[in-house]
Design a protein around this ligand. Structure first.
Ligand code: NOJ
Length: 543
């Protein structure tokens, strides 16, 4: 495949900024767009002293009553005053582009805020022209809810609106009514919001709950989940058959892609859930008519369900399934963290060795054939912060404590305001360590490992474009090669077990990056010895 400039996202590393928590510049304890501008050099100043990322995904920055911290949008074409103005956003776009950084916003097509003018109109009367822009239903004749669908955040997905006596559907909070994508006017209006931002220079979008926008035409009940056990807060009591990955959603994806294609070089990455096959379908057919990328959350979900802590067999199975389920030329996008899930170390720290696994995760993420996304703070190993009851913010308590622990302010230094804000921050800080300033000076830090991995990838053709091929490996080790004709190959190996392991690499090679720098250098024989929980990349003419 020959790549053009519009394919930048295939070789990119993307950094997710949760804007409330990145950098406050106006002293209100909430991060803002000016703060992102001030920290751009940290992200990429063109030298290996910076992280070296290629693109930023900004979680929602639109006007919003903040019931779900911006995932309840009241104006898709504006900027929330907490974050700045349209002028600040334009400046951010310009400053990013000046440094060669692409900027992605977060498009929320499944639902608006209840304060969006469309919903205010829609709920005002059964005859309002925008009534059908949302999903309204009568109660069943026996007075029960229109169907059995649950909100992702718990409880029924229906709320009665007293004004008109009908229920509206909300797949998330009741403050987030679902749009009716079966109404062509809704689709047209939402697609216009993409054009609005593309016209201002935005390079693409992360697309929120992509897989739920089109539902069963009759809103048929979901079947019950026979595997659900009382007390299981993660899995639902029902299978999301009629409101998630419903077959017609894939047609809507194609129409969305067509708008991206009106603006060369724009990229869409979908938040989708399901099996590897369901995720693969979001990429469209072979001719690139689906999303450019779709997140694969298996690494996170399996760990959360206790199915896999950090296990070579599971990593291999997930990667092989993803590789087998994508159309030719499509590229996976494995997520290791985001604003909805406990931080990596906190998920993998039962034996207090999470920090070691975080180092191996850098090599996994940057070594796989995929577009890596890094959630802010993961590069310094931030962990979930205990939030006192009276400081909890997340209204969606999908786990007992909600998602606040993984959303705390970026720790830039060890000062009382952590370099984030002189004011009381919207969520409490973690301990003074980890922080960027300390790790910046330490060549053995996690931050230094991230920087080296990202710049190495940038300068190594096989890591950018090489095919994936699994390599034979002993128990507890997942090993693969990245192979590109005419270029040196790279073998990557991750030991997830408690004992040292030897990986045969006939033909030898040179360790170019490892969790422990002492492992780097030429292999003494055709074997790579990996200490417990270690990982390494090895380069040789051919694997
Ligand atoms: C997924 C987003 O990542 C999450 O933060 C949000 O609450 C839901 N979608 C609803 O928009």
């Amino acid at each position: 495949m020959s790549l053009g400039p519009e394919d930048w996202w295939r070789e990119a590393v993307v950094y997710q900024v949760y804007p409330r928590s990145f950098q406050d510049t106006n002293g209100d304890g909430i991060g803002d767009l000016e703060g992102v501008i001030q920290r751009l050099d940290y992200l990429n100043d063109g030298t290996e002293r910076s992280l070296g990322i290629d693109a930023i995904w900004l979680s929602p920055t639109f006007p919003s009553p903040m019931a779900d911290f911006g995932y309840d949008v009241s104006d898709y074409c504006g900027v929330h005053a907490d974050f700045g103005t349209m002028e600040t956003m334009d400046r951010l776009i310009g400053e990013c582009h000046r440094r060669g950084i692409r900027l992605l916003l977060d498009w929320v097509p499944n639902h608006t805020s209840e304060e969006h003018p469309w919903f205010i109109e829609s709920r005002s009367s059964r005859h309002n022209p925008r009534r059908d822009w949302y999903i309204w239903r009568d109660a069943k004749p026996d007075g029960s809810l229109p169907n059995n669908w649950k909100s992702v955040f718990g409880g029924p997905a229906w709320t009665l609106d007293e004004t008109t006596g009908q229920y509206y559907l909300h797949s998330f909070l009741k403050e987030q009514p679902d749009l009716n994508w079966r109404n062509p006017e809704v689709e047209a209006a939402m697609l216009e919001t993409l054009r609005f931002w593309f016209g201002r220079g935005i390079d693409g979008f992360r697309i929120d709950v992509m897989g739920m926008i089109v539902k069963h035409p009759e809103l048929a009940d979901n079947p019950l989940n026979g595997d659900w056990m009382p007390g299981d807060r993660e899995r639902s009591t029902q299978l999301w058959q009629n409101n998630r990955n419903y077959p017609e959603v894939y047609d809507a994806v194609k129409r969305i892609r067509a708008v991206f294609d009106e603006y060369p070089g724009r990229m869409g990455v979908g938040e989708v859930f399901g099996t590897a096959e369901e995720v693969g379908r979001y990429y469209g057919d072979d001719d690139g008519n689906g999303l450019h990328l779709a997140f694969n959350f298996q690494f996170i979900h399996e760990a959360e369900h206790g199915l896999t802590a950090w296990d070579a067999g599971a990593l291999r199975r997930i990667v092989n399934a993803a590789e087998a389920s994508l159309p030719a030329e499509a590229q996976p996008c494995f997520a290791l963290g985001n604003h909805d899930r406990p931080r990596f170390i906190s998920r993998h720290n039962a034996d207090a060795r999470g920090p070691e696994r975080a180092r191996a995760a850098v090599i996994l993420l940057l070594g796989l054939r995929n577009t890596p996304f890094i959630y802010y703070g993961e590069e310094i190993g931030m962990e979930d912060v205990d939030i006192p009851e009276d400081r909890l913010q997340d209204p969606a308590r999908i786990r007992t404590i909600g998602r606040d622990p993984e959303r705390t302010p970026m720790q830039w230094d060890a000062s009382p305001g952590r370099g984030f804000s002189p004011a009381e921050p919207w969520l409490p800080f973690g301990d003074t360590s980890p922080n960027v300033a300390d790790q910046d000076r330490d060549p053995g830090s996690l931050l230094s490992l991230y920087r080296r991995a990202i710049w190495l990838r940038r300068n190594t053709a096989a890591l950018l474009r090489g095919a994936y091929r699994e390599l034979p490996a002993p128990a507890d080790v997942f090993a693969w090669a990245r192979v590109l004709p005419g270029e040196p190959s790279v073998a990557v190996a991750v030991n997830t077990g408690p004992t040292p392991r030897e990986v045969d690499l006939p033909g030898g090679g040179t360790v170019i990056l490892a969790t422990d720098q002492a492992l780097e250098g030429p292999l003494k024989s055709g074997k790579l010895t990996l200490p417990p929980l270690a990982a390494a990349m090895v380069q040789a003419p051919k694997y």
